[in-house]
Ligand binder design. Structure first.
Ligand code: MN
Length: 131
């Protein structure tokens, strides 16, 4: 049936791609270009899931996720990092921090939405769960 998903990504092309893919699978998407805007939209819309870039100019994804995790009203929303960090140990560092999941760039259009939906309740996914 689709979920309400907030995308926080400062790169326009990446933001557009992520929003496009999620919408193509029936999700309603809210888009923010930095962490401050992302937190404002999260407070207003209470999305089912937040997908966010780590490397952002004004306020990075780590800091943004820390603020979300520290807000009792927003802490329960799953947070998934999408990032080009690809060195050994980065995945562990992200998951030990304020994130529930980690998807590495470059984004693979064939698998991306399934990886995101793994963090949604089954009834909000677009189709059968990914293996
Ligand atoms: Mn970025």
């Amino acid at each position: 049936m689709g979920a309400r998903i907030l995308v926080i990504e400062d790169n326009r092309a990446s933001n557009d791609l992520v929003c496009y893919l999620l919408q193509a699978f029936g999700h309603r998407v809210f888009s923010a270009r930095d962490g401050t805007e992302g937190i404002r939209i999260a407070s207003r819309e209470r999305p089912d899931l937040i997908v966010m870039d780590l490397q952002m100019g004004r306020m990075g994804g780590m800091e943004t996720a820390d603020l979300l995790a520290g807000d009792p009203e927003l802490a329960g929303i799953p947070r998934v990092a999408v990032t080009a960090y690809a060195m050994a140990g980065d995945r562990e560092r992200v998951l030990e921090g304020p994130f529930d999941g980690y998807i590495s760039k470059p984004i693979d259009p064939a698998s991306f939405v399934g990886l995101v939906e793994a963090h949604l309740p089954v009834e909000l996914r677009s189709g059968p769960a990914m293996p």
